[in-house]
Design a protein around this ligand. Structure first.
Ligand code: C2E
Ligand code: CA
Ligand code: CA
Ligand code: CA
Length: 279
């Protein structure tokens, strides 16, 4: 009854058609942004706080909009997610990351790169086949250097399809991280089935863990559980030394956040690596 109420509301909402038109125009504009090469990838380092070693880089999309300037994903992903454009974006991101990996390899930088994969994209029937095709264009890049980040909510949406995709990627040598962990209410049973290689503790809990006892409780529980399942974990949103210390004290040594480095354009990475003390 609630569902029908919602539909009825929309049918008689005079603003609704207009809103749909605006969304459609925004989607068309984004499709052109891909074609016109207006997107770029920034890279944020991930480090091991025990050894100081840089363990990898997360690729984060940006839109260099000719009129609006550099846009973060929060400003355009909402109209993209859940539509076929999410898969077009994902393919662009994978392709660009592979090309960057190839260029860095030439320059002697051998770090793996993680890309964010949208739920609709991961769950596409030909996702893994397309991934193999993209990898085949870069035979010089080992598949082990590309990693996928999949939202906890995506993995839970269609557990069987997600499991199959993740297993097939693993067979190709591609590791998977479960992103924003703690926000998706996964059942422990499902988590145990997911063959993911890394659990990323969501930054919303990490950010406030030192001032909010509830967030601290979530962070502690996720770390405890990841340890019990023997899964490596990484804390996102590590903004200060105090965060890093507290997390290390709880047993979570892998970290990513503004306190270590902000996402940066690829040309800045060699300089950052040269000044990073733990390298
Ligand atoms: P995410 O995957 O959780 O990525 C981490 C986000 O947190 C990034 O925001 C990053 O810049 C930001 N961040 C990193 N360290 C800190 C910190 O210490 N403090 C705070 N407050 N924030 C921090 P960004 O780049 O704006 O991306 C937002 C989200 O957009 C990402 O969240 C991801 O879900 C999505 N996204 C980004 N790039 C892509 C992409 O290529 N494809 C898809 N499908 N989604 C993407
Ligand atoms: Ca991510
Ligand atoms: Ca995340
Ligand atoms: Ca997030």
């Amino acid at each position: 009854a609630k569902q029908r109420g919602r539909n009825t509301y929309h049918r008689f909402d005079p603003g609704h058609d207009r809103q749909l038109q605006v969304r459609q125009a925004q989607r068309e504009r984004f499709a052109r942004a891909i074609d016109n090469d207006e997107l770029c990838l920034y890279y944020q380092p991930q480090v091991d706080m025990g050894s100081g070693r840089v363990t990898g880089l997360e690729a984060l999309v940006r839109w260099q909009h000719p009129e609006r300037g550099l846009l973060a994903p929060g400003e355009f992903l909402p109209v993209v997610e859940g539509t076929p454009l999410a898969a077009s974006l994902g393919e662009w991101v994978i392709q660009r990351a592979l090309s960057q990996l190839s260029a860095w390899q030439e320059a002697g930088i051998e770090l793996p790169v993680s890309v964010n994969i949208s739920p609709v994209h991961l769950l596409q029937a030909d996702f893994v086949v397309r991934l193999e095709q993209l990898l085949a264009h870069y035979p010089q890049v080992a598949p082990q250097r590309l990693k996928l980040e999949v939202l906890e909510s995506a993995a839970m949406h269609d557990i069987q399809a997600a499991l199959e995709a993740i297993h097939r990627c693993k067979a190709l040598g591609i590791a998977t991280a479960i992103d924003d962990f703690g926000t998706g209410f996964s059942s422990l049973t499902y988590l145990r089935q997911l063959p993911v290689d890394l659990i990323k503790i969501d930054q919303s809990f990490v950010r406030d863990m030192l001032v909010d006892a509830n967030d601290m409780a979530i962070v502690e529980s996720v770390i405890y559980m990841a340890k019990r399942f023997g899964r490596p974990m990484l804390a996102e949103g590590v903004e200060t030394l105090e965060h890093a210390r507290a997390l290390a004290g709880l047993g979570c040594l892998q970290a990513q956040g503004y306190g270590i480095a902000r996402p940066m354009p690829p040309e800045q990475l060699p300089t950052w690596l040269a000044t990073w003390p733990g390298r």
